[in-house]
Design a protein around this ligand. Sequence first.
Ligand code: TYD
Length: 135
Amino acid sequence: MSNYKLIDFKTLGDDRGSLIAIEEGYNTPFEIKRVYYIFDTQKGVERGFHAHIGLKQLAIVVKGCSTFILDNGKERKEIKLNNPNQGLLIEGLIWREMKDFSEDCVLLVLASEHYDEKDYIRDYDKFLEEVRNDS
Ligand code: TYD
């Protein structure tokens, strides 16, 4: 499946601990206009259930773990994120769902655009229609 990529970040560490730096144009391929994070997710909660028309996002589980389901209208893929040195880059028309958040999960997302509800496709059938129009 194209439109997504796992990126390995370089961990800068010493005997005090670890540090990862994310810099626009260096290890994230878009201009970062927005940052948000999801935490304290309640047991059994599933989030997402939408696609974006133009937004690019880089998701990093900086603490704990959670599972992403990515769907391009033809196939679905499950990706477990449990490592702060890995980022999931999602570009283009992909339906995403997130589940199995650990109690301590902190999911950080870097986004290429400001929040805009008009960029969301929240209806799965509409998403499939967009995929058909796109190909
Ligand atoms: P929602 O889209 O339901 O989150 P998820 O896709 O993770 O399930 O967003 C929850 C609420 O937060 C919703 O009212 C929209 C708002 N929101 C913002 O105001 N700014 C943002 O950057 C994001 C991601 C959400």
